[in-house]
Design a protein around this ligand. Structure first.
Ligand SMILES: [Zn+2]
Length: 341
């Protein structure tokens, strides 16, 4: 192992961290004390460097996944996908005025807010949601709410879609219903089924699955395939509540089938659905899908792509009192629903 004099390690720590020499020296001596003097000053300096994510042996920057970012890290290289861009804010206080921009960066381990000041703000202008952003030489600070933020200074660089950098999908899209704001491309929620609306049946072209039009003659026609003998499909709207709020979820045939079983029988005998739905009402389901704004109600709807019933971790998940409050209020909003995608 290469021997590095303690004084050099301390100099390195001072220049990388921005702390003073005496602050670094005090960290090192505290570390030695905490280990009851079983370790040399040099060894303690290495531990302190590790804890501050400062590499003694390389002059390069420290690369970190977002989920591993810690307060006080410096000279940090972080890559992530732009998830959200907030409007630029201008401010002035006394003689000082300037602007600040924030965005949310995400990788497969987590997400972090990025804060950019003044002249650096213009470097963000050619980024859109979904672009990969690589930030070199950034540092980490806690904001007023105690959350970590990535800050840039005049030495920082921002690279758009750098070659060779791939960002995995964020593993968790899990959210509380109240947290859903429509900015997410897909979301996963766990919620109680609090209301189930009657299935709507519609005729489809057997060839292309597009909806068909009922002609005056009583026959059905597809705009591509002309007169066809239609097949039936359906959609079921369900109100979900997780204690933080409610959302209307749309279950198209395949998803409805995995929740209720095949509903073809209900077409002929609508009253059969009462029994079928009673088995599902009140259960907890885990669903993921796309969030869309409903043009009629202005509310956000969930277009369900995947679901699982009876998820295991549902203890302490919501209070029944909250369910009745929030679902009653939403039922009225549902009366004029549209159901066509
Ligand atoms: Zn067709």
């Amino acid at each position: 192992m290469i021997q590095i004099p303690v004084s050099e390690i301390i100099q390195k720590l001072v220049s990388e961290s921005g702390l003073s020499e005496s602050e670094i020296a005090s960290k090192i001596s505290k570390k030695m004390e905490s280990l009851s003097g079983l370790i040399s000053e040099e060894g303690a300096a290495h531990i302190v460097a590790n804890e501050m994510n400062i590499k003694i042996f390389s002059s390069g920057s420290n690369v970190a996944k977002i989920g591993k970012i810690k307060e006080g890290m410096r000279n940090l290289e972080v890559s992530g996908r732009v998830k959200q861009i907030f409007p630029v804010k201008e401010f002035s206080s006394g003689a000082r005025h300037g602007k600040v921009a924030n965005l949310l960066l995400e990788d497969e381990t987590g997400s972090i807010r990025v804060t950019v000041w003044n002249d650096m703000v213009s470097k963000l202008s050619d980024f859109s949601i979904g672009d990969v952003m690589q930030i070199k030489s950034s540092y980490v600070r806690l904001n007023n709410y105690g959350f970590k933020e990535l800050h840039l200074n005049e030495r920082s660089a921002i690279v758009k879609n750098p070659p060779g950098i791939e960002i995995g999908e964020s593993k968790s899209n899990k959210k509380k219903i109240s947290e859903i704001d429509g900015s997410e491309s897909s979301v996963e929620i766990m919620a109680h089924v609090v209301n189930i609306f009657d299935p709507r049946f519609f005729e489809q072209c057997p060839e292309c699955r597009k909806r068909v039009i009922l002609e005056n003659s009583g026959s059905f026609s597809c705009e591509t395939h002309g007169e066809v003998s239609p097949i039936y499909s359906y959609v079921v709207n369900i109100l979900l509540d997780d204690g933080t709020g409610t959302i209307r979820a749309t279950f198209w045939k395949d998803q409805a089938d995995s929740l209720f079983g095949n509903l073809d029988v209900v077409y002929e005998n609508p009253q059969l659905f009462d029994t079928i739905k009673n088995d599902v009402l009140g259960t907890i389901i885990n669903v993921s899908g796309m969030v869309k704004k409903n043009n009629l109600s202005g509310n956000l709807d969930l277009n369900v792509k995947k679901l699982s019933k009876d998820p295991q971790s549902n203890s302490g998940f919501l209070s029944s009192q909250k369910i009745s409050e929030s679902s009653e209020q939403s039922q009225e909003q549902m009366s004029e629903e549209e159901f066509v995608e």
